[in-house]
Write a protein that binds this ligand. Structure first.
Ligand code: HEM
Ligand code: FPP
Length: 316
C-alpha cells in the first residue's frame, strides 16, 4: 500500500510540489483529530478560566496549546494502533494511515514526539501537577481505552471515556497547581456525558463497528438496550450539570442554564428511546432522533461549560 503514490521529488514542478505539500500537511493535521480536539481544548480552557488563581496570559496560552497538542498526539497514536480496524470502517477508511498516505511508523513517531513535547512544555511553562495529569490523559486514551478496552468490552467508552474528561482538571491544575472538588465535578460531567455522546453516534455507525469486530454497545447488546443506556446516563448527567451550583461555586443563573440544557438533553434521549423502530430497536427513520441527540451532545457541553465560564466572569 505504501509508496504507491510517492513520486520522485525532482520530477515534480514547483506548483505541484506545493500542492502535494499542502495535502501532506492536511494529512498530518488529520492525524491530530482536530474536530474532536476543539471541544477538548474548550473544556480545558474553561477549567483554566474558572480556577481561583489566574496566570499570565502567555502561560495560559501555552497550557491550552499543550492540551491541544497532547490530545492530537493521543489521536495520532490511536490512529497508528487502530489502522487495521480503521481500514474496515467506512467512516475512517479514508484516514491517512489506512489510505496509505502516511506510514504507520511515522505516525507513531509523530504522536510520541508531540506527547513528550507537550507534557514537558506543560511542566516547564506551568507546573508538574498539570503536566502529570496531561500525561495521565494521554496514557489513559492510548493504553486503557485504545489498546485495552476498545476491542474487548462494550463498556469501553464508559471507562475509557475518562481520558477525554481530564482537560478541565488539567486546565485548573495549570492555573492553581492543585486539583480540588470543582475540577473533579467538571471531570464527572464529561465522564457521564461521554456515553450518550458516543452511543447516539454508534446507533447509526453500528454497521461499521460490527464489520471491524469492535464490541460497541449496539453491536453487543442491541439498539434497544443502547437507547435505554443513553437515557440512564443522561438521567445521571442532567443533575450533575447543576453540581457546580450545589457546591456553591456557581450562581443560580448558571443553575438555570444547566437545568434547561439538562432538560433538553433528557428530551432528546427520550425521543431517541421512542423513535420509530423495529423489534430489535433499529430505527425506521434513518436514526433521525439519534443524530439529533449526538449533535445536541456537542452543543450541550459547549453551552454548559461556556455558561460556567461566563458565570464566573460576571458573578465572580
Ligand atoms: C471514549 C470517548 C469518546 C468516543 C468513543 C468518541 C467518539 C466520537 C466519534 C466516533 C465521533 C465522530 C467522528 C469523528 O469526528 O471522529 C465523535 C465526534 C466528536 N466528539 Fe467524541 N468521542 C468520545 C469522547 C469525546 C470527548 C471527551 C469529547 C470532548 C470533550 C469529544 C468531542 C467530540 C466532538 C467535538 C466531535 C465532533 C467532531 C466533528 O465535528 O465531526 N468526544 N466522537
Ligand atoms: C488532553 C488529552 C490528552 C485528551 C485525549 C483524550 C481524547 C482526545 C479524548 C477524546 C476521545 C475520543 C476522540 C475518542 C474517539 O474514539 P475512537 O478513538 O474509538 O474513535 P475513532 O473510531 O474515530 O478512531
Amino acid at each position: 500500500m505504501s509508496g504507491a503514490t510517492i513520486e520522485p521529488k525532482g520530477a515534480q514542478a514547483p506548483f505541484s510540489t506545493s500542492g502535494a505539500d499542502l495535502s501532506e500537511v492536511r494529512d498530518w493535521i488529520a492525524l491530530l483529530k482536530p474536530r474532536v480536539m476543539s471541544l477538548v481544548v474548550f473544556s480545558g480552557l474553561v477549567g483554566l478560566l474558572v480556577a481561583p488563581v489566574s496566570i499570565p496570559p502567555a502561560l495560559g496560552f501555552a497550557a491550552i496549546l499543550c492540551i491541544a497538542v497532547a490530545a492530537g498526539a493521543a489521536g495520532a497514536i490511536n490512529m497508528w494502533y487502530d489502522r487495521d480496524i480503521d481500514a474496515l470502517m467506512r467512516r475512517t477508511a479514508r484516514r491517512p494511515i489506512p489510505a496509505g498516505r502516511i506510514e504507520p511508523g511515522a505516525a507513531l513517531g509523530f504522536g510520541i514526539t508531540l506527547a513528550v513535547a507537550s507534557t514537558m512544555l506543560m511542566g516547564l511553562a506551568t507546573n508538574w501537577v498539570a503536566a502529570g495529569w496531561l500525561a495521565v490523559s494521554i496514557l489513559f486514551y492510548v493504553f486503557i481505552y485504545t489498546m485495552w478496552l476498545k476491542r474487548r468490552t462494550s463498556q469501553n467508552i464508559v471507562i475509557g471515556g475518562a481520558a477525554g474528561a481530564f482537560p478541565p482538571i488539567i486546565g485548573w491544575a495549570a492555573a492553581t497547581g492543585d486539583v480540588t472538588l470543582v475540577p473533579w465535578l467538571l471531570f464527572a460531567i464529561i465522564f457521564a456525558w461521554t456515553p450518550p455522546h458516543f452511543w447516539a453516534l454508534s446507533l447509526w455507525a453500528h454497521g461499521d463497528y460490527a464489520r471491524a469486530g469492535v464490541p460497541m454497545l449496539p453491536v453487543v447488546a442491541g439498539a434497544k438496550e443502547t437507547r435505554r443506556q443513553i437515557l440512564y446516563y443522561t438521567i445521571i448527567l442532567a443533575p450533575l450539570g447543576l453540581s457546580p451550583w450545589f457546591v456553591g461555586f456557581s450562581s443560580p443563573a448558571y443553575a438555570l442554564v444547566a437545568a434547561g440544557l439538562g432538560g433538553m438533553f433528557l428530551m432528546h434521549a427520550v425521543r431517541t428511546l421512542r423513535e420509530p423502530q423495529d423489534e430489535q430497536g433499529r430505527s425506521l427513520a434513518n436514526d433521525a432522533a439519534a443524530r439529533r441527540t449526538f449533535s445536541f451532545s456537542l452543543l450541550y457541553l459547549f453551552l454548559l461549560f461556556g455558561a460556567l465560564a461566563v458565570d464566573k466572569l460576571v458573578f465572580g
